[in-house]
Design a protein around this ligand. Structure first.
Ligand SMILES: O=C([O-])C(=O)C[C@H](O)[C@@H](O)C(=O)[O-]
Length: 301
């Protein structure tokens, strides 16, 4: 897909990150993954991110990432598929190329591994990945990879296929500086864990959309929240926050890593054989699974 096309698609509606299904031995399980992606593609997400954060990209082997992308492409119909990509620069370049060859419509560059880095180094990392592919790239601002507004502006001037900026830092003041500085040059995506709870603030900061992890298991509700937000229906947003999101947050915050594990648990509750999470994450206890079932309530399919 042309970089400008994916840029438009990213800004056109709600985004989501499917979990990656694993079998009983912990290997990638394409069939349950495809069944889940097929179900999700029946709801109007404007792009799906395969092997992203919620897809446990950080626990995948580099050669599994193009397999996940290819399976997502098979199942997603017309919905564009963006591939997660990351680790150090040399690996990120290889992953980006392999994902493009597997049919990815775009790349999401997740933060590199372990070390702090100066702005010059972050720019070199993003530049290498953008230059390695012809498809559009979104950089993910989070953890070890926090890009200053000047760095983002410089990269956007230099790299025509840099099309998106996703934030998981929560630094709203800095985000507003980036959207004010770059205007519509990039598409801006909110990407904090359980992004809905920040969506109103991010909309005000110039972000047109966000990625919804809960879309994985309550897609109808996730779309309703997004539509209500875009329509300025604050009362309905507050109802959904109080009835679903805040109880979900309480469960999510019981254990580090549950921002992903609780999503995968929700997918299992909806009847998809997504399997367990890989270490270093851990799965919900039986008691927590019952709590999650209660939160899903009438959204059970
Ligand atoms: O890397 C990831 O999976 C994300 O950050 C996307 C999630 O959808 C996040 O926005 C969330 O938890 O809602």
């Amino acid at each position: 897909m042309d970089p400008q096309e994916i840029k438009t698609a990213l800004g056109a509606g709600l985004l989501s990150f499917p979990v990656t299904a694993f079998d009983a031995e912990g290997a990638f399980a394409p069939e349950p993954f495809k069944a889940h992606v097929e179900w999700l593609s029946g709801y109007p997400a404007s792009a799906l991110f395969a092997a992203g954060g919620t897809g446990e990209m950080f626990s995948l082997k580099p050669d599994e990432i193009p397999q996940v992308v290819a399976a997502a492409k098979e199942a997603a119909g017309d919905t564009p598929i963006v591939s997660g990509c990351g680790y150090g620069t040399a690996m990120a370049v290889d992953i980006a190329r392999a994902a493009e060859a597997a049919g990815a419509d775009g790349i999401l560059l997740l933060p590199h591994y372990l070390t702090e880095a100066p702005q010059e180094g972050l720019a070199a990392h993003a530049r290498a990945v953008c230059n390695a592919v012809g498809i559009g790239v979104t950089i993910y601002n989070r953890g070890m990879a926090k890009y200053d507004p000047d760095t983002v502006a410089r990269l956007a001037d230099e790299l025509p296929n840099l099309v998106g900026f996703k934030d998981g830092s929560g630094e709203v003041g800095k985000m507003r500086q980036i959207t004010a500085k770059l205007g519509d040059r990039l598409t801006y995506l909110g990407g904090l864990p359980t992004a809905e709870v920040f969506a109103e603030a991010y909309l005000a900061a110039g972000f047109s959309t966000y990625s919804s992890a809960v879309f994985n298991f309550v897609p109808r509700l996730a779309i309703e929240f997004y539509d209500s937000l875009r329509a300025g229906n604050r009362a309905r947003c507050e109802e959904i926050l109080n009835d679903f999101f805040y109880p979900f947050l309480k469960l999510r915050d019981r254990c580090p890593g549950y921002a992903v594990s609780a999503i995968k648990a929700g997918v299992r509750i909806q009847g998809f054989d997504a399997g367990a999470v890989r270490a270093p994450l851990t799965d919900l206890t039986d008691e927590e699974m019952t709590m999650l079932e209660r939160i899903i309530g009438s959204e059970k399919r």
